[in-house]
Structure formats: C-alpha cells, structure tokens
Design a protein around this ligand. Structure first.
Ligand SMILES: [Zn+2]
Ligand SMILES: [Zn+2]
Length: 303
C-alpha cells in the first residue's frame, strides 16, 4: 500500500465524496450506497461531515471503497482504496491509501510513449513500480502528492503491462532504485556523471541506442544564452525555465558558437522510451539493455 495526498493543488476547504456507481462506500465503518453524497468541510482544526441528514465533527473522516471525490465546482475524480480526510495547515488534507499496483497502472499508462508496444510498456511498468517503492515517504506525513512534483495519480487506468509485471522491480547491488528515463537518448545514453548527477544509487552507463540513431530526427537551435556546461541537465533546465522547454531539447548535442546541433528529447539518462518502443525484445531484456548491471526481480514483501 502507498499513501497519496490528492487534490493538493486545490487547497480544498470542502470535499464531496460519494460511492462510485454500483459500489458501496464505508464512511467511518458505516455503509453508504446509491448516489448519496457526504459533504466534508474544514471546521477549525477539525473536520465536519454531513451524512444521512446529520452533521458529525471529528479529527478525521475515513472512507473505504470505490468512490467519486470532488472539490465542489472544480474537479471530480474516481479513486479506489481508503481515503482519510483531516485538517492540516488551514485546509483539508485527503490522503488515499491505495494498492501499489493501482498506482503502477496509472503511472505506466500516463508515462508510456504513445508508440510503445506491450513489451516497452511492461518495462515502463517495472520502472514505475521501482520508483513508487524506492521513494516512499517523499513527503514525510505521506508518500506522494498528486501534482507534477510526484506524478503519481491522474485517473485509475487499466494497464495490461502492469498486470503482466506484477511485483517486479529493478535492483542494483541488491537494492530497488528509481531508474531515470527520457523520451529519446538521441543515439547513446548518458551516464549520471555526464549530466552532472550523483552516481548514487546507480551510476548509469553509456548505451548505444540504434533506434534513436537511425530514427530520431536531428535538431538545431540558436541559443539565446550559452549553457554553463555542455550536456549538463541542470544547465539545460535553467535555459528551459528561462526561454521555454524547447530551447535545448536534449543533452546529446555539440555546440559551435551559440548554435547547438543534436538529437533526442529529454535528459538522455537510463531507459530510452523511443529506443524501447522500437526494439523487438522482451521487457526484462530491454531494461537490462538500458540499465546495465541491474536485475529485474520480484520485490520482496509484495504479493
Ligand atoms: Zn509530491
Ligand atoms: Zn534511444
């Protein structure tokens, strides 16, 4: 199980929770069926919830089941698991306790390249699961948020790739870690050191990527400002933040004056989505190709 804070960007003062169609929802242990909704509001340091024509007040209200949760007038999403709503910092904090595999499915389908086939998606699922299990307690009080900061949850998704790789993660020297991935390496992947990252917990290795070298179009950009170091990811992000994300599309380029010529999209470290989508290999072979010296294995303690 993992804990995800939902609707973080909305700083909610009120939430509405109701059973998903055809489902029964437990509210602090009491069953609620049909389309009856529970309104939750912040009340000082506590929460108020209104159900069955009665208002209750307490430290927390807990929902369990499959539910539709909304910030009234703004957004509604469907969730499955346990949802605990408390007061925190003058707003409602809603934390979903979800099955890791549900989160893996959601992340896999959201992050996979559109052109990815089943084996490439399975590799992406193993990466998503590794990330989710290696970065727990990222927020201290809970594991993940639902903003772009963590990119854990958009909508529940059906993912055959997640199902087919259930419980599998990537390990290096016996430890699960969160493998980096990017859109296209441009022909050869970068090491952590080359882009200015820490070599811990995994150093990354340069891997020839024939698919990208053959198929990824070359690009040329006249830079408004020189990167502080050629090929450094932080330097690329700095330019992106200042002048737009297409200023320097990747770290695989050479510089002549202020003209950058290169190939690829993204930081170019680790798993290459473009390359993986073009390979006729099984997911574990694809993973070991882009992440040399790692293993693909079942995460201990996961069903
Ligand atoms: Zn976060
Ligand atoms: Zn590639």
């Amino acid at each position: 199980m993992i804990e995800i804070a939902i609707f973080v960007l909305f700083h909610p003062q009120a939430l509405t929770v109701k059973p998903a169609p055809g489902h029964i929802l437990a509210v602090n242990g009491v069953s609620l069926a049909g389309d009856r909704a529970v309104g939750v509001r912040r009340e000082g340091r506590e929460v108020d919830w209104f159900m069955n024509r009665q208002t209750h007040t307490g430290q927390a209200v807990r929902f369990a089941g499959e539910m539709l949760v909304s910030v009234p007038g703004k957004i509604q999403r469907r969730y499955r698991g346990k949802l605990t709503v408390t007061e925190a910092g003058g707003e409602l904090r809603a934390v979903l306790t979800a099955d890791v595999e549900d989160a893996v499915a959601a992340v896999t389908e959201a992050e996979s390249a559109p052109e990815a086939g089943l084996e490439a998606r399975k590799a992406q699922a193993v990466i998503a699961r590794s990330w989710l299990l290696a970065n727990r307690r990222r927020h201290g009080a809970y594991d993940y948020c639902d903003t772009t900061h963590c990119q854990v949850w958009k909508d529940p998704r059906v993912s055959p790739a997640a199902v087919a790789t259930r419980g599998m993660v990537v390990t290096y020297q016996g430890k699960v870690f969160a493998p980096a991935y990017s859109g296209s390496c441009g022909g050869r992947t970068k090491t952590a050191e080359e882009v200015g990252w820490s070599p811990e917990p995994y150093p990354y290795f340069p891997v020839d990527c024939e698919v990208c070298r053959r198929e990824e179009p070359a690009w040329e950009r006249t830079l408004p400002e020189l990167p502080r170091r050629v090929g450094e990811e932080a330097a690329r992000l700095l330019l992106g933040r200042k002048f737009g994300w297409d200023t320097l599309p990747s770290n695989n380029y050479s510089l002549t004056g202020n003209v950058a010529r290169g190939r690829g999209r993204g930081h170019g470290v680790g798993f290459c989505q473009r390359g993986a989508a073009g390979l006729p290999e099984a997911f574990d072979q694809i993973l070991r190709r882009y992440l040399p010296n790692t293993r693909v294995e079942a995460f201990p303690g996961l069903r």
